[in-house]
Design a protein around this ligand. Structure first.
Ligand code: AR6
Length: 176
């Protein structure tokens, strides 16, 4: 496993990194789960930026990512990405989830953000099976890191015990 990948159990809003990723929805207007926590802790500056983005480009489609300031958060930026809603697995969910990670990391490189924290996108309200989502997250991030020496550390921040155990198991394996 790439040593630049780290596992953390906790709350992503507390992370002192260059960028944290938000599991948002297409409206970018906030919601429950990690999205609600990020907007609550970061304050109105994040929503202001989201409104400007929506006015400029319309909604943020599934698999895409946009970037805003982080308001009162210890992180410098928030990258908002929209994960797929789980619909049985035959509706392109895996490719869309991989796109979330790639598009978020592409923005991180573009904005010169060497340390990034990811939540477990789509595995809460959007219902993506946790192990399948973790495999996609780890494989996609590992592949991106191979081609991007600029990225210093990627933190997978797991809030729930189940995701933390899954990531712990997968990351301790020699090969996936
Ligand atoms: N820090 C890190 N991870 C967290 C936190 C936190 N503070 N809070 C929850 N999680 P979810 P989704 C984990 O539901 O499935 C919102 O309403 C949680 O344990 O936040 O992509 C949006 O507006 C889970 O593993 O996101 C969308 O409408 C993971 O974050 C919708 O939910 C993702 O759960 C997106 O659903």
């Amino acid at each position: 496993m790439d040593p630049r990948i780290q596992l953390i159990k906790g709350d992503i809003t507390k992370q002192k990194v260059d960028g944290i990723v938000n599991a948002a929805n297409s409206s970018l207007m906030g919601g429950g789960g990690v999205d609600g926590a990020i907007h609550r802790a970061g304050g109105p500056a994040i929503l202001d930026d989201c409104r400007k983005i929506i006015a400029r480009q319309g909604s943020c489609k599934t698999g895409e990512a946009v970037i805003t300031k982080a308001g009162n958060l210890p992180a410098s930026y928030v990258i908002h990405t929209v994960g797929p809603v789980w619909n049985g697995g035959e509706k392109g969910e895996a490719a869309k989830l991989a796109s979330c990670y790639i598009n978020s990391l592409t923005l991180a490189v573009e904005y010169h953000l060497p340390t990034i924290s990811f939540p477990n996108i789509s595995t809460g309200i959007y219902g993506y099976p946790k192990k399948e989502a973790a495999l996609i997250a780890i494989k996609t991030v590992s592949g991106f890191l191979l081609e991007n020496p600029f990225i210093k550390t990627i933190f997978f921040v797991c809030f729930d015990e189940e995701n933390h155990n899954i990531y712990n198991d997968l990351l301790s394996k020699q090969s996936l």
